[in-house]
Design a protein around this ligand. Structure first.
Ligand SMILES: [Zn+2]
Length: 328
């Protein structure tokens, strides 16, 4: 190679590597996956044997794809006569497969609907079995997720609850990405039970499309509000919909340039220390918290498919996981 062609090749390689690194930095999105309402969102409707099958399928996909996950538990769902052992075993599988468990209160109690003291008691009651499972593994309960994302109707209550959680050793687990998978999951469960595969396909198509739209919207909104896209935290729920289709959702995230990180790593993002004075009747995600804390009004979010809500109402499903008539 002549000196001149060597120079040209070197310049070309340098140019390529600049291109590649620009591409990589543009696509270096990070997300932590969290799954709520363990052992299952619809634990009252599902027999233990189905909860075990659902859990096995869900965790196998997550483990095979090496996705770090924290699952948040409502221990009340363990107490069904004749099924307690099997339900606890389903919960234990999360640890056996290498995942972590956090507290989501005993009964899935909304801080916005009860007295602070009662809510605190529900937090404490939600620790017993989970702690029993964690201790032999030298793990401890360190994350807490507010049911319905209800963080308090007034700032005094919110701050007192936060202080209570901190004193009990918890780090609050915020969320920034939420495609209301639980609302799709209820309708999916019914379609699956009836072997209505056409409806299942339609639900999955809309579930993926709506999540994609939510991801795009929150990416843009976060960049606008805090100046960059933070390490996101995704909220999902333990359900047959996720057991059957979480792989497609993970692919969708990869296509958007995400890699999967642990919740603890996501929380190191300074975004989660930003001023947050959000209070309200309705719980919401942390990007909304930041928007509202800046005195702005969140608007323009993608519209949730109405037919899924209508179908949920027909099936009397909408009360299972929401505090208000309008799902949240
Ligand atoms: Zn929940």
């Amino acid at each position: 190679m002549t000196g001149r062609s060597f120079l040209l090749v070197s310049i070309f390689i340098a140019f390529l590597s600049v291109l590649c690194s620009a591409q990589t930095s543009k696509l270096d999105r990070q997300v932590a996956v969290t799954i709520d309402d363990l052992p299952a969102g619809m634990a009252d409707r599902l027999p233990a044997v189905e909860i075990t099958a659902m859990t096995t399928k869900l965790l196998t996909t997550l483990r095979d794809q090496k996705i770090p996950v924290v699952g948040f538990v409502n221990e009340k769902k363990l107490y069904k006569f004749g099924e307690v052992d099997e339900r606890i075993k389903a919960l234990q599988m999360w640890l056996d497969y290498g995942f972590e468990l956090g507290n989501h209160t005993f009964t899935h109690m909304s801080l916005n609907q009860v007295e602070l003291k009662d809510w605190e008691d529900d937090v404490v009651q939600g620790e017993s079995v989970t702690r029993l499972l964690l201790t032999p593994r030298k793990m401890r309960l360190r994350y807490f997720r507010h049911p319905y994302l209800d963080t308090g109707r007034d700032l005094a209550t919110r701050r007192k609850a936060e202080e209570f959680l901190t004193q009990r050793g918890y780090r609050i687990a915020p969320i920034t990405l939420d495609g209301w998978d639980w609302a799709f999951a209820g309708v999916y469960e019914d379609a699956k039970k009836r072997n209505d595969t056409a409806l299942q396909d339609k639900i999955v198509k809309d579930y993926l499309a709506y999540h994609d739209a939510v991801f795009a919207f929150q990416e843009q909104l976060s960049a606008k509000i805090i100046g960059y896209e933070p390490r996101q935290i995704l909220l999902l729920h333990a359900s047959n919909l996720e057991a059957d289709h979480i792989g497609e959702l993970l692919d969708l995230l990869r296509k958007r340039g995400y890699r999967f990180i642990a919740l603890g790593d996501a929380l190191e993002d300074p975004a989660y220390s930003l001023p947050d004075t959000y209070v309200g009747e309705e719980g919401t995600g942390w990007i909304d918290h930041w928007v509202i804390s800046q005195g702005k009004i969140p608007q323009g979010a993608p519209v949730f498919p109405q037919w899924v809500l209508d179908r949920s109402r027909e099936l009397h499903l909408s009360t299972g996981q929401v505090s208000a008539p309008a799902p949240n």
